[in-house]
Design a protein around this ligand. Structure first.
Ligand SMILES: NC(=O)C1=CN([C@@H]2O[C@H](COP(=O)(O)OP(=O)(O)OC[C@H]3O[C@@H](n4cnc5c(N)ncnc54)[C@H](OP(=O)(O)O)[C@@H]3O)[C@@H](O)[C@H]2O)C=CC1
Ligand SMILES: O=C(O)[C@@H]1CCC=N1
Length: 266
């Protein structure tokens, strides 16, 4: 086996964010990473970072201490043969939604030391949130590199694997819910007559509110109440959101995401 510390199978958005944060934080040097992907265009992005690249997944498996699956869950079966060369010395890190550690080993067809991680896209700006769990065939410390990688791009919480689909639904998919809200607020700003400044007003409001939420000791509910003067403008908006059952819709949406994760892993 050559000296790559980490092999990335799938050189997409998440793999790029993970590699960048690992290199920027000094967890790995670019030269310690190899990435595979069918797309020469994607590989050129990694090459520009100083990462070794290949279109052969088998090379990544053969030359890396730890291999990360950063492909879509639907692609796993197609590349199972490429993963059959994994040895008992290697750790396999998966960031795929839905697919459990036992399922991944079953698809590969032998016991594998699988560490499962569910990150999110704010890892791109060093503010990620990742859930980590380990599979049955792992050894003590197998998750260490994964934890260091994802701590370099934000925060890590260790969870029982039974909660990974729930973590996926809350924090893995979570950024999309906030961006959805941002989209709606920008549309609404337009509807109430704001044109050029709509994006700026909404982006800074969400940014400032997120920072306040993170820095404050108060609950989200208390922070919301402090904005909501009795009989005031916010109260009028919140009353409309409650009447539209937005809170219940968010619960149903997160349940749907959790259930889709379970389906992907079935
Ligand atoms: N995006 C997100 O917010 C999050 C995603 N995840 C998980 O991360 C994983 C990757 O997601 P994301 O980065 O968004 O997806 P991307 O589509 O950006 O990346 C996946 C990459 O894998 C490549 N690929 C396809 N087939 C193969 C193959 N046979 N061998 C090697 N590479 C292949 C794709 O190429 P091509 O495009 O040419 O098919 C693509 O470049 C998914 O499993 C997802 O569940 C987890 C947390 C958050
Ligand atoms: O939508 C998805 O399936 C992936 C997993 C979490 C975020 N994106």
């Amino acid at each position: 086996m050559s000296g790559y510390r980490l092999g990335l199978i799938g050189a997409g958005n998440m793999a790029e964010a993970i590699a960048r944060s690992a290199v920027e934080a000094g967890v790995l040097e670019a030269g310690q990473i190899v990435a595979s992907d069918p797309s020469a265009e994607r590989l050129s992005v990694f090459e520009a970072m100083g990462v070794a690249v290949t279109q052969e997944n088998r090379r990544v498996v053969g030359e890396s201490e730890q291999v990360m699956l950063a492909i879509k869950p639907q692609v796993l079966e197609a590349i199972a043969g490429d993963l059959s060369g994994l040895s008992s010395d290697q750790v396999l890190i998966s960031i795929m939604a839905g697919l459990g550690t036992a399922k991944i080993a079953a698809v590969i067809g032998k016991p594998v030391r699988v560490v499962r991680v569910m990150p999110n896209t704010p890892v791109m700006v060093g503010k990620g949130m990742a859930g980590v769990c380990v599979g049955a065939d792992t050894q003590a410390g197998d998750e260490d590199l994964a934890v260091r990688l994802f701590e370099s791009g934000g925060e890590v919480v260790r969870v029982d694997e039974s909660l990974m689909d729930a973590v996926t639904a809350v924090s893995g998919s979570g950024p999309a819910y906030l961006f959805y809200l941002a989209e709606a607020m920008i549309e609404a700003a337009g509807a109430v007559g704001i044109d050029a400044d709509a994006e700026r007003l909404v982006r800074q409001t969400i940014y400032g509110s997120a920072e306040l939420l993170v820095r404050s000791d108060e609950s989200a509910g208390e922070l919301r109440r402090r904005v909501t003067s009795p009989g005031g403008t916010t109260a009028a908006a919140i009353e409309r959101l409650e009447a539209s059952e937005v809170r219940a819709a968010v619960v149903r949406a997160i349940q749907a995401a959790r259930d889709r994760g379970r389906e992907l892993g079935a």
